[in-house]
Design a protein around this ligand. Structure first.
Ligand SMILES: [Fe+2]
Ligand SMILES: [Fe+2]
Length: 500
């Protein structure tokens, strides 16, 4: 676990979602409603196998009123989930994959909890697993909401499939919503702060605190058995964390989600694309590392996801891998642009944004990294070749022919990369690295991009831009601080050694 939850993917450009996508979304909701009812049928059937006497059909016939209650309550919960996203984030309703993720999380958790109560005990269920998985895969706010839905869903399912499984635990059964909600909330609050595996393990003990309290309150009259139930409570907290760690990579891969774990793996210097960049475009690789340092500082300054900012910086220029020798940082003397027309040079330079996007998508890496690669130059002109073309011709030149194709940054992270990228490049050309000159250079970069409307499509504020400027200046003056001039002394060996 780590500090920042997953970041939902924002499309490359904010195109309105087509109505057909919403229709598909509604079908996914219906499919999952049916899937949940089938799960309950499975539980009832398993119960009938265990008790031997009563069959599935008989049970359903005898308990049809409870069945109607269950169907109605599960339907209501699905409707509540639908309206939550309708008011909070409509884009989710137009993204069937996201709806599948939400429901498969709920269904897997209900299934796992059922098996734990079937084979062990009602208190042994890993009830916080769903909350922690949602925290990492979807985000904290949605995790809190889904934790409430899960608590109510588990309660409804328990009530109907209460064959003989929970006969001795009527109190626990009635307290399911509170038990699930409280331990899930502990998982969300403690889990958000955890960075190491040891701390993740300790989160398990924090999760079991509300369970243990509930066991004591509900089962105080159980006599000697209470110790066994307390052990089940502790096991529930630890197993919640263990299963969370086991399921997380599966969901990451299945739904191409980004978590801090995945981002950390992607920014490892041995990650396939990073190794390629290091070997084939060492200049770009070094530029990306310095940029990552700046982007992280900016993300901290405006409270954005630092792991994502770092990964976006590492991957923003991977498109240069197609023709690395055409980019200054990878050249050692010979510049192939000297033999090309400005138009051809511009085509090669600006294609690196689209090439980066295609490469990241082709390697099945997170879509948000591809979007940042595509957007990090927005629709800015490539000034060097525009000026070269102006010199070579007397006629009118359309500046758009010498500009990047866009889109403009759609997220704060893309805006950070755009500003930090130019700041890192310009800092290499500055005569003086005094804070005032660096500050002036970064201010000019930001103002130029504002004049060219590059931040029109993202929700970055003036306060954010100020914080970003301060963070970049702080880093650049730190990275390129001046050193004391060492005296030029030629040291000689001691005379005795020379004599030998
Ligand atoms: Fe670039
Ligand atoms: Fe760059």
């Amino acid at each position: 676990m780590s500090t920042a939850p997953s970041v939902p993917h924002v499309p490359a450009a904010r195109e309105p979602i087509k109505k057909i996508a919403y229709v598909k979304g509604v079908f996914v909701f219906l499919a999952n409603y049916i899937l949940l009812l089938l799960l309950v049928c499975l539980f009832v059937w398993l119960n009938s196998l265990r008790t031997g006497g009563q069959g599935f059909g008989t049970y359903v016939r005898e308990n049809y009123t409870t069945l109607i209650y269950l169907m109605a309550s599960v339907f209501m919960l699905c409707v509540i989930v639908f309206f939550y996203y309708f008011f909070e984030d409509k884009r989710v309703l137009g993204t069937p994959k996201r709806i599948w993720l939400i429901f498969i999380l709920l269904e897997t958790s209900v299934l796992v909890c059922y098996f734990f109560s079937y084979f062990f005990n009602i208190y042994s269920r890993p009830i916080a697993m769903m909350a922690m998985l949602s925290l990492m895969l979807i985000g904290r706010r949605d995790a809190i909401f889904l934790n409430v839905i899960f608590a109510l869903l588990l309660f409804s399912v328990d009530r109907f499939s209460n064959f003989s499984l929970y006969n001795d635990y009527e109190n626990a059964l009635n307290s399911t919503p509170l038990l699930v909600f409280s331990s899930g909330m502990v998982g969300i609050f403690v889990g958000s702060k955890v960075k190491t595996r040891l701390r993740a393990f300790l989160t398990g003990f924090a999760i079991c605190i509300p369970i243990v309290i509930m066991v004591v309150c509900l089962e105080y009259s159980a006599g000697g058995r209470i110790w066994q139930l307390l052990l089940f409570g502790i096991e529930a907290g630890i197993v919640s964390v263990v299963l969370f760690m086991a399921f997380l990579p599966v969901f990451e891969v299945l739904f191409n989600c980004i978590t801090d774990y995945r981002l950390r793996e992607l920014t490892d210097h041995d990650a396939p694309l990073m190794r390629e960049l290091k070997e084939r475009a060492p200049g770009t690789f070094n530029h990306s590392i310095v940029l990552a340092h700046l982007a992280e500082a900016c993300a901290i300054a405006i409270d954005e996801n630092t792991a994502l900012a770092r990964a976006a910086a590492y991957y923003h220029d991977v498109g240069k891998l197609r023709q690395p020798e055409y980019f200054t940082e990878n050249q050692t003397g010979y510049n192939p642009h000297d033999e090309l027309s400005p138009e051809l040079s511009v085509d090669i330079i600006r294609s690196h944004a689209k090439d980066g996007y295609d490469l990241i998508r082709a390697r099945h890496l997170p879509a948000i990294l591809a979007d940042v690669a595509l957007q990090h130059h927005g629709t800015l002109p490539i000034k060097y070749f525009y000026a070269k073309a102006l010199k070579m011709t007397d006629g009118e030149i359309n500046i758009e022919d010498f500009s990047y194709a866009g889109p403009k940054p759609q997220t704060k992270i893309a805006a950070i990369i755009m500003i930090a990228d130019a700041s890192e490049a310009i800092s290499r050309t500055l005569q003086s690295r005094a804070p005032e000159s660096v500050d002036n250079a970064v201010r000019e970069i930001i103002e130029e991009r504002m004049d060219l409307d590059q931040f029109d499509e993202c929700d970055i504020t003036m306060r954010d831009l100020f914080a970003i400027r301060k963070a970049i200046v702080g880093c650049l003056t730190g990275v390129y601080h001046s050193r004391v001039q060492y005296p030029k002394l030629k040291l000689k060996r001691k005379k005795e050694e020379e004599d030998e």
